[in-house]
Design a protein around this ligand. Structure first.
Ligand code: CU
Length: 500
């Protein structure tokens, strides 16, 4: 997958302390044409308040250029994005101009302990073809094709508060559904209607407790039956509370890790179709070139490249799965992006390396990630900083087996050479990270050799962030042995949506 080209070219300084110091950077080298990764745009609280308008709406994705079969014209598929602008803004629209953003890759809401997050939330999502939706025939779900949505702040320790007569705002209340009146009026359902229905807009007011842990969180829609579709169209973003430096200190003089050496990476994935006929729950339906398959299919791509010439840099080609009773996705593409960018370059310029805070807005994909040294083809060791918004803080007598167990087997823990325990905390290093839907992981990236030692990087050193495979079968093994070392998309046959 998630193929990010990373280029190092630096010389080593003496490393000190838990998070360490690493050498100075000179000009990096990476392939021409690979765009440099940009951090998501940020809306930060001021004087204890972040007050924004957030509009869920369709928009072409400029960073994805899909060329259909027998065509030379690229299509920018239409995803669904959160357009965000500061309030007060008049009405239910954001002004055009630089204060309004609507990135497919996601926006970061930067909050502090004690803040109040105020969001005027607006639904301008398109009406959908009910024949292309799952669950629309389930009891109480006949309105799903009108594309109702809402907002959930995943991981925040905040009450699920409903509106009252005296306070019409909602807290993080996933039972309210917001309909776009342009799509028609929802028909009353006799069952499975769990919360209030509102038209077009709702005001959220979410208070961050003054003792809330610092960490990485995210936001996404939470209307049951259609949250998967909205996620894979692009509706998600990041939330940070406090700073990395609240938990991580970088050196012997114990200064907090600087925000300047922190990256935020949002992993998203989207399936784009070539024109043809696709079987949905309702039966076969025609689809157009560039149409997004938001009723996502884990079998869209073959798990392994068909040959060594199939280079999977930020996408994998649709497969003909009809021989297994599935669909023929030939000509389509499953894009795996970082901050909305396909196969970006990440130049590491900070002398101390960087902390990467990674979130996933995937609908059903589990990302199995390794940072692979391009020279040795070995996975590089990184130091784990936080998991799912919780800082890693283990007593010094914790055995490695316990670490693996506590992390639910999602990491491959490896020795952490050159890293002394600081205080009572044991450093944890890994060289493989599995991110299931909704998970977050934060780790420290610096140049380490094949034995995991922090060493001066060779001139022009680079690594590629890859999605690797875990399935062991004869077919898989043969394919793996013959596969190219290039970055690759491993579209695992992951379980269906697991969004909480
Ligand atoms: Cu969630």
């Amino acid at each position: 997958m998630c193929s990010n080209q990373i280029a190092w070219n630096m010389s080593m300084r003496r490393w000190i302390g838990a998070a360490g110091l690493l050498g100075a950077m000179s000009a990096g080298t990476w392939p021409a044409g690979a765009a440099t990764l940009l951090d998501p745009p940020v809306f930060a609280s001021q004087n204890g308040v972040l007050d924004i308008m957030m509009i869920a709406m369709p928009q072409p994705i400029p960073t994805i250029s899909f060329v259909p079969p027998h065509s030379s014209t690229a299509i920018h598929p239409t995803g669904w994005v959160y357009q965000i602008c500061p309030r007060p803004a008049s009405g239910l629209t954001c002004p055009s101009g630089s204060t309004t953003v609507s990135p497919y890759g996601g926006t970061r809401l930067a909050l502090k302990q004690g803040d109040t997050l105020k969001i005027r939330f607006v639904n301008r999502l398109p009406k959908l073809d009910p024949l292309k939706l799952r669950h629309v025939t389930d009891p109480g779900e006949a309105n799903l094709f009108l594309n109702p949505t809402n907002l959930h702040t995943h991981g925040l320790l905040t009450p699920a508060r409903a509106a009252t007569r005296s306070d019409p705002t909602f807290g993080d209340f996933v039972f309210v559904t917001v309909f776009n009146s342009a799509n028609g009026i929802p028909v009353p359902q006799t069952t499975h209607q769990h919360g209030p229905i509102v038209m077009d807009t709702v005001d959220y007011k979410i208070t961050i407790p003054s003792n809330h842990p610092s960490g990485l969180f995210w936001f996404h829609p939470h209307v049951h039956g259609i949250a998967l579709n909205q996620l894979v169209e692009g509706l998600s973003g990041l939330i940070t509370i406090g700073s990395v430096g609240d938990n991580v200190h970088g050196d012997a003089v114990n200064t907090p890790w600087p925000d300047a050496n922190v990256r935020h990476l949002m992993l998203k994935e989207i399936q784009v179709l070539a024109a043809g006929t696709i079987a949905f729950d309702s039966g076969p339906q025609p689809v157009a070139n560039g149409e997004v398959l938001h009723q996502e299919d884990p079998a869209f791509c073959a798990q392994f490249p068909a040959s060594t010439s199939e280079v999977r840099q930020g996408s994998c080609p649709g497969q003909d799965d009809s021989f297994e009773g599935g669909n023929n996705y030939t000509g389509g593409k499953w894009y795996m992006t970082v901050n909305g960018q396909t196969y970006p370059t990440i130049p590491i310029t900070a002398p101390d390396g960087e902390i990467w805070r990674v979130g996933t807005g995937a609908g059903s994909v589990s990302w199995d990630l390794q940072l692979v040294d391009d020279a040795t083809h070995q996975p590089m060791t990184v130091q784990l900083i936080a998991i799912d918004g919780v800082a890693v803080h283990l007593p010094q007598d914790t055995p490695p087996s316990a670490m693996v167990k506590m992390a639910g087997g999602r990491f491959k823990t490896v020795p952490c050479p050159d890293v002394p325990a600081i205080g009572s905390t044991l450093p944890v290093c890994v060289n493989e990270i599995v991110m299931m839907p909704s998970s977050r992981v934060e780790f420290w990236v610096t140049y380490r050799n094949a034995q995991g030692h922090i060493v001066p990087p060779p001139r022009g050193a680079s690594a590629t962030w890859k999605m690797i495979f875990r399935c062991v079968s004869l077919k898989a093994k043969l394919a793996a042995e013959s596969s190219a070392r290039a970055a690759s998309v491993r579209a695992a046959r992951a379980p269906k949506s697991n969004i909480v």
